[in-house]
Design a protein around this ligand. Structure first.
Ligand code: ADP
Ligand code: MN
Ligand code: MN
Ligand code: MN
Length: 346
């Protein structure tokens, strides 16, 4: 028997953006545990905005499991928060009731800033560094500093060792801003991995005295880019059947549901989706081939392939909840008729 360190991780009840929380319990297993072997656990919901002090127990239900490469015999356990009966999802549980479909593939491009001493890493104490231009995909100390790349590489290695499906990393347009991409088949699988990668990044940067700023427009109304979390998506039907008529019907459905999408695409998005810095205004839906100023960018490959493949919704922001984003995308897609259903309630 081996003693495993099980880190139960969950989303708290803060709004509009939940925080990640985690605590450890030690349990003995013959071998690395399976999800089914992990017990329910509890926590004090009155400390996380999830319960009143009088009756404060909330239940943690394990829903995904990853090896924790940083800890000896470590296990990362993604959990849903349940009511004391262990069966009813807590109101803060944004995962339990989302649409899911393993034929629906999602690629999230998570952008974020490193922050130190209340400003982006690499910004001088007063004023600003040289304007944007050389930082995106840049190299060299003057562009990326001396520590950011080390953290980004370490984070990538930890995530890969945990089995998280990273697809890439790059330095972003603003100084101190970076991106990682995560791809997954099924909304829950992809979104669990985004949350776990966020957790691992925040935990990793503790020892550097650096925080992650997830806000979509941390530098306000300036010429500095905001942070998005573009959502690339495809269903089996989009990849295998597609066609121009279906694509146009799909875009019409996205236009109809504009407000439903914006409602779950992350807070303060009106500060970011202004029409500047490769964004489309939040209150106007548009799409275009290879158009980085559109709400939905249509890759060249999509058109060249007979309107088949994936699309990129550029509106979700860096603080958006990937469960809710993926689910809304599937919800809108499910309103467009096809031969056969593309989404089902999980
Ligand atoms: P860009 O910065 O040019 O918008 P990235 O390379 O950062 O593009 O991100 C593209 C994303 O698209 C990746 O996360 C990738 O996993 C995702 N992707 C690629 N093919 C598909 C597909 N068929 N369905 C869904 N997502 C996809
Ligand atoms: Mn990208
Ligand atoms: Mn980007
Ligand atoms: Mn993108």
């Amino acid at each position: 028997m081996t003693k495993y360190k099980l880190e139960y991780i969950w989303l708290d009840g803060y709004t509009p953006v939940p925080n990640l929380r985690g605590k450890t319990q030690i349990k003995e297993f013959d071998a690395f545990p399976t999800l089914e072997q992990l017990p329910l656990w509890g926590f004090d919901g009155s400390s996380t905005m999830q319960a009143e002090g009088r009756s404060s127990d909330c239940v943690l239900k394990p829903v995904a499991i990853y090896p924790d490469p940083v800890r000896t015999n470590g296990v990362l356990v993604m959990c849903e928060v349940m009511m004391p009966d262990g069966k009813t999802p807590h109101p803060s549980n944004s995962r339990a009731t989302i649409l899911d479909d393993e034929g629906a593939w999602f690629g999230f491009e998570q952008e974020y800033f490193f922050y130190k001493d209340g400003r982006p890493l690499g910004f001088p104490e007063h004023g600003y560094p040289a304007p944007q231009g050389p930082y995106y995909t840049g190299v060299g100390y003057k562009n990326v500093g001396d520590i950011a790349r080390q953290i980004v590489e370490e984070h990538l290695d930890i995530c890969l060792a945990a089995g998280i499906n990273h697809e890439g990393i790059n330095a972003e347009v603003a100084k101190g801003q970076w991106e990682f991409q995560i791809f997954g088949k099924g909304s829950k699988k992809a979104a669990d991995e985004v949350w776990m990668a966020r957790y691992l990044l925040q935990r990793l940067t503790e020892k550097y005295g650096i925080d992650i700023e997830w806000h979509c427009k941390p530098l306000g109304d300036t010429d500095w880019n905001g942070s998005g979390m573009h959502c690339n998506f495809s269903t089996a039907y989009m990849r295998e059947v597609g066609g121009k008529d279906y694509f146009e019907a799909l875009m019409a459905a996205f236009e109809t549901n504009l407000h439903e999408h914006i409602a779950v695409y992350g807070p303060d998005n009106h500060l970011r989706l202004t029409g500047k810095h490769e964004t489309a205004p939040w209150n106007k839906f548009s799409y275009g081939v290879a158009d980085r100023g559109a709400s939905i960018r249509v890759p060249h490959s999509f058109v060249n392939n007979g309107y088949k493949g994936y699309l990129e919704d550029r509106r979700p922001n860096s603080q958006g909840c990937p469960y809710q984003i993926a689910s809304q995308v599937l919800k809108t897609i499910s309103t467009v008729p096809t031969e056969g259903s593309v989404a089902k309630v999980a």
